[in-house]
Design a protein around this ligand. Structure first.
Ligand code: GSH
Length: 206
């Protein structure tokens, strides 16, 4: 088995979290290299694109969260073998990443500019993406996004929805997902109750 080191912020969310969860669920050994926000300026100098997450695989440093998610998904048995189911899984990963990028454009803003940008998302892009995710979930059986079983797509959506619900995003109502896409909310709760996921967060006292 390859030596794995995942480098990401010391937080329970964001682009690095689905891979941490997948590796834990799959029982795949890895070094969970976490750092505080204050250390990001230093850490990013050691990454190829000045970004995180990165995954070292036997010393080779790889970028791009969804490439990492697919790779660790395969190692953990959380990525479809069937080509079409893999396509459905990838579609969800990429859509959530698009939504992450839209949210990311608001991160440097403050005051009225932040309020305006976040409110525009709450009234536009976020309901669009959340509604689409809910439709995908229903279309594929209502429980999981692909392959009728837990995949990395479920973990990506789980982390995304938890972020929206967290209250850490000013001007994003913590009940937005429940209001706009209640079946997605139920999906997040189910994933949270999956024994390996619950056990993962219990390690952190959550
Ligand atoms: N496409 C990249 C985006 C990574 C990314 O933007 N990461 C954020 C933290 S979650 C970051 O490092 N931002 C700093 C920057 O882009 O300069 C991926 O999916 O991994």
């Amino acid at each position: 088995m390859s030596q794995l080191k995942l480098t990401y912020f010391d937080m329970h969310g964001g682009r690095g979290e689905p891979a941490r969860l997948a590796l834990h669920i799959g029982g795949v050994a890895f070094e969970d290299s976490r750092f505080g926000f204050a250390d990001f300026a230093e850490v990013r100098k050691s990454t190829p694109l000045n970004q995180v997450p990165t995954l070292h695989v036997d010393g080779v440093q790889v970028t791009q969260s969804d490439a990492i998610n697919r790779y660790v998904g395969k190692l953990a048995g959380l990525y479809p073998l069937d080509a079409f189911q893999a396509l459905l899984c990838d579609e969800v990963l990429d859509a959530v990443e698009d939504a992450n990028v839209k949210l990311g454009t608001t991160f440097g803003l403050t005051g009225e500019a932040l309020k305006e940008a976040r409110t525009a998302l709450v009234n536009g892009a976020l309901p669009l993406y959340l509604g689409w995710l809910q439709t995908q979930l229903q279309a594929h059986g209502g429980q999981f996004f692909a392959d009728h079983r837990l995949t990395i797509a479920d973990l990506k959506v789980f982390v995304f929805v938890n972020g929206l619900n967290s209250g850490r995003l000013d001007h994003v109502p913590t009940d937005l997902v429940e209001q706009v896409a209640p079946l997605l909310s139920a999906h997040t709760q189910r994933i949270a109750q999956t024994p390996a996921v619950a056990q993962y967060y219990a390690q952190f006292g959550l």
